[in-house]
Design a protein around this ligand. Structure first.
Ligand code: FAD
Length: 311
C-alpha cells in the first residue's frame, strides 16, 4: 500500500509526487499515459525559466525526476473506480482497467483534460501543423498570419479577441445562429477591425498542402453553400473536457463541467483526497499552473498525513 498514490502522470501529478516523495512518504504514480498532454505538445515557450522546450522532452525530464526520487511509476494503468476511505486515516482503494487494486492513505487526482475535437477531415492530420487548441500557448506562432477560431462561446470569443492583437486576421466561426459568449465579450469582438464573424457555420474540413494547414471549408447551415477560407491556423475552442467520468458517483464533488472541486490547499470534499491540474476547478489550464497546483496538492497530502494516524 502507498502513503500517497497519484492518479495521472502529467505535469500536475509528477509535481505532486516529487513533493510528497521528498517529504519521505511512500509515493506511487499510476498513469494511463505518463506525460499526459505534454506528449501531444510540440513547442513550449511559456514555461518560466525555459525559453523553449518540447512536450516529450519535458515529459522525459519529469520521468527522470520521478525516478530519481524513488517514486513507483505504474505507466499504462487506467483507473476505473474509486472507493474512498470510510473514515479519516483509512485506506482509499483504486481499481484499474486490468483489474488490479491499489490501496493508499492519501490520494492525489490529476487526470487532466482533453480538448474536444471537431472531428472533421484534416484536423488530426494538421494538429500542431496549423491546427491548435491553446491560444495562450500557440497564439504567438501565428504572428501576422490569418487564423480562424472555431467556437463562439466565452473561450472562443476570448481567444479571438486575444489573437486579433497578434495575428493579421481572425475569422470566428460559430455553429449556432448566434454567439454564446457574454455580451461584453461580443461587443469587444465586434469592435475589432481585423475580425470576421461567421454564424450558423459548420466547418466541414480543414485543408492543407500535406505539410501545413492552408485553409478550411465552412458550410452555411441555412442555405448549404460552402465557402473556403484561406488561412494559416485554426484554433479549435469547443470545450475542454476533464477526465473525471470515472469519479462520478463516488461522493467526490464535481463542478457542472465535471471538474474536481478543490480549495486553495488542493483539498477535495473527501478527507485525504487532493487534486491538481486541468482536471480541477483551477481557472487556468496551463503547464506552470498544473505544476504549481500539483505542489500544493502534494503539500496538502503531507499536512493530512502528519495530522491523521493510519487507522
Ligand atoms: P494532463 O497533462 O492532461 O495529464 C493527465 C494525466 O492523467 C495523463 O498521464 C493521463 O494519461 C492520466 N489519466 C487520465 N485519466 C486517467 C485515468 N482514468 N487513470 C489513470 N491515468 C489517467 N500549456 C502550457 O502551459 N504551454 C503550452 O505551450 C501548452 N501547449 C499545449 C499544446 C497542446 C497540443 C495541448 C493539448 C495542451 C497544451 N498546453 C500547454 C496545456 C498543458 O499541456 C496542460 O495544461 C497540462 O498538461 C495539464 O497537466 P495535468 O497534469 O493537469 O494533465
Amino acid at each position: 500500500a502507498f502513503e500517497v498514490l497519484v492518479i495521472g502522470g502529467g505535469p500536475a501529478g509528477a509535481a505532486s509526487a516529487v513533493y510528497t516523495a521528498r517529504k519521505g512518504f511512500r509515493t506511487g504514480i499510476a498513469a494511463e499515459r505518463f506525460g499526459g498532454q505534454l506528449q501531444d505538445t510540440l513547442g513550449i515557450e511559456n514555461l518560466p525559466g525555459t525559453s523553449y522546450t518540447e512536450g516529450p522532452k519535458l515529459s522525459d525530464n519529469l520521468k527522470k525526476q520521478v525516478s530519481d526520487n524513488g517514486i513507483d511509476l505504474i505507466d499504462l494503468a487506467r483507473a476505473t473506480e474509486l472507493k474512498p476511505a470510510s473514515q479519516a486515516g483509512g485506506m482509499h482503494e483504486v481499481t484499474f482497467a486490468n483489474g488490479a487494486v491499489l490501496k493508499t492513505r492519501s490520494l492525489i487526482l490529476s487526470t487532466g483534460a482533453r480538448w474536444r475535437n471537431l472531428g472533421v477531415p484534416g484536423e488530426a492530420e494538421y494538429r500542431n501543423k496549423g491546427v491548435a487548441y491553446c491560444p495562450h500557448c500557440d497564439g504567438p506562432l501565428f504572428k501576422g498570419k490569418r487564423v480562424a477560431v472555431i467556437g463562439g462561446g466565452n473561450s472562443g470569443v476570448e481567444a479571438a479577441i486575444d489573437l486579433a492583437k497578434i495575428v493579421g486576421h481572425v475569422t470566428l466561426i460559430e455553429f449556432d445562429k448566434a454567439l454564446r459568449a457574454d455580451a461584453v465579450l461580443q461587443n469587444k469582438l465586434r469592435s475589432l477591425s481585423n475580425v470576421e464573424i461567421i454564424t450558423n457555420g459548420q466547418t466541414t474540413e480543414i485543408t492543407g498542402d500535406g505539410k501545413r494547414c492552408n485553409g478550411l471549408v465552412v458550410k452555411d447551415r441555412e442555405n448549404g453553400e460552402e465557402r473556403r477560407v484561406e488561412l494559416e491556423g485554426v484554433f479549435i475552442q469547443i470545450g475542454l473536457v476533464p477526465n473525471t467520468d470515472w469519479l462520478r458517483e463516488t461522493g467526490l464533488e464535481l463542478s457542472q463541467y465535471g471538474e474536481i472541486v478543490v480549495d486553495d490547499h488542493g483539498a477535495t470534499n473527501l478527507p485525504g483526497i487532493y487534486a491538481a491540474g486541468d482536471a480541477t476547478t483551477v481557472k487556468d489550464k496551463q503547464i506552470v499552473v498544473a505544476m504549481g497546483t500539483g505542489a500544493t496538492a502534494g503539500l496538502g497530502a503531507f499536512d493530512y498525513l502528519i495530522r491523521n494516524e493510519a487507522t
